[in-house]
Write a protein that binds this ligand. Structure first.
Ligand code: CAO
Length: 415
């Protein structure tokens, strides 16, 4: 079966996490992704957080599946010519260098347009145009400047960053959407364009509901679904909401059987309004179903702490999986707190290809996260990440270089 992006060639100038997540997705959808790296060094993550001596790290392998790797020194004059040939052959150049690095290499937007007016140039940067546009940015910085950290954690503690890499992988996702959209527009205009995904913007986009709450707070001075209500105080900015789910369906994380020794023996429990009566029955508080202090969502809001404490008395008598099974029978939304160990061993995730075992010639077998987006006509087969420069000769031959020319370029340090 063919793939959705068959025939699309990506010049992948990305490194670390944000850019590579984007190009890995495009590769999974069938694009030919040619990753350009520096000879002898390569993407810095090849050697970061290494767990097997001499082997590419999991950091690298898990972000660079289904790609080809070529080594080019793009600051070497002859290396520049190879890069120019690639620009002429490819549809999209994706990069996440520090601001200005591509220009300093001599590949400005204008120069790239001269070489290939159909080329789409897609970039991740820390910030969009403005006072911070020249700054280098990593994941946690993006979480802080995008509004996530100030709204994550508990009211009595400092700001907290999340484990989900919303700054890096989240921005990579945004960029991938920008690229396929630009490819679609090119089918009508015939022209390339610049695509920019700034990490601050990507994180803020994912924190959209918190900007909603900021404006509600300014108007009303209170947000009744936040744990600060009714006894705490609200300041000028959206506070940290702990584990509150907000909206009309309040939720909280509750202890389950074994919580004393298992740090993940917890369940997320949502008091969804339509199943309130069932919740009362399950936890043995049938009288709450009709009592005026508990029967409606509005009446429950100032009593959420007490309600969750009561539900927890019930969840503590069950394991998180037992509680999940019982609650699901009644359509009560909930979710066990799964550890990474439990996720790695989850058979159903293996079956859907969301968790995949991959074999690598140097490091052996390892687990990775497969394509989270499933297309019925474009299935994903995850193949291992390339070794540094593994496809240099192959790609150079496709560009029309003879074996003798390739040898000469290698001797000159251009590839
Ligand atoms: N041949 C020759 N030179 C190369 C090359 C190649 N194949 N590939 C890269 N280089 C050069 C670049 O031209 C650049 O040189 P100059 O500094 O002289 O212009 C240099 O390598 C380093 O690039 P960099 O500044 O991007 O790398 P860094 O490690 O200093 O910074 C990072 C890393 C991530 C902070 C920065 O790239 C950045 O801010 N990127 C944008 C935001 C981003 O993506 N952050 C997420 C990172 S984690 O996913």
């Amino acid at each position: 079966m063919g793939k959705a992006l068959d025939g699309v060639r990506i010049l992948d100038f990305t490194h670390v996490q944000s850019g590579p997540t984007c190009t890995q997705l495009l590769a999974w959808f069938g694009a030919d992704v040619i990753k350009v790296e520096r000879a002898g060094a390569g993407d810095i993550t090849r050697e970061q957080l290494r767990d097997v001596p001499g082997a590419d790290s999991l950091y690298f392998t898990m972000l660079n599946h289904n790609k080809r790797s070529v080594t080019i020194d793009t600051k070497n004059p002859e290396g520049k010519l190879v890069l120019e040939a690639l620009i002429q052959k490819c549809d999209v150049l994706v990069e996440n260098f520090a601001p200005g690095a591509l220009d300093r290499m001599g590949f400005t937007w204008e120069r790239i347009q001269e070489l290939n007016p159909r080329m789409i140039v897609a970039s991740v940067k820390g910030f969009g145009p403005g006072p911070y546009e020249d700054c280098k940015v990593y994941e946690n910085v993006a979480q802080c400047v995008g509004g996530a950290a100030s709204t994550t954690g508990f009211d009595d503690g400092p700001p907290v960053v999340t484990g989900a890499q919303i700054g890096d992988s989240g921005t990579g996702l945004h960029l991938a959407l920008g690229i396929v959209t630009a490819l679609y527009q090119r089918t009508m205009t015939g022209r390339g364009q610049k695509v920019l995904a700034a990490m601050q913007d990507g994180v803020l986009n994912l924190c959209r509901v918190k900007l909603r709450d900021q404006q509600r707070l300014e108007r009303t001075g209170v947000m009744k679904e936040y744990p600060q209500y009714p006894n705490g105080t609200f300041g000028e900015a959206v506070p940290r909401a702990g584990n509150a789910s907000g909206g009309g369906q309040p939720g909280w994380i509750l202890k389950c059987k074994g919580w004393e020794h298992d740090p993940n023996a917890y369940i997320y429990f949502i008091t969804q309004a339509p199943v309130w009566v069932k919740i009362c029955n399950v936890i043995g508080r049938e009288e709450w179903a009709t009592h005026p202090d508990y029967a409606t969502p509005d009446a429950r809001l100032p009593r959420l702490k007490e309600i969750f404490a009561e539900v927890e008395r019930w969840t503590m008598t069950k394991t998180k999986f037992e509680a999940m099974e019982i609650l699901n029978k009644y359509d009560i939304p909930c979710g066990p707190i799964l550890s990474m160990k439990e996720i790695a061993e989850d058979e159903s995730l293996r079956k859907t290809g969301t968790v995949v075992e991959v074999d690598h010639p140097v490091r052996g077998k390892y687990l990775t996260v497969g394509n989270p987006i499933k297309l019925s006509d474009s299935p994903t087969e995850v193949t291992r990440s390339p070794l540094l420069g593994e496809h240099t000769d192959e790609v150079m031959a496709e560009l029309g270089y003879s074996p003798a020319q390739i040898d000469a370029l290698r001797t000159a340090g251009a590839i």
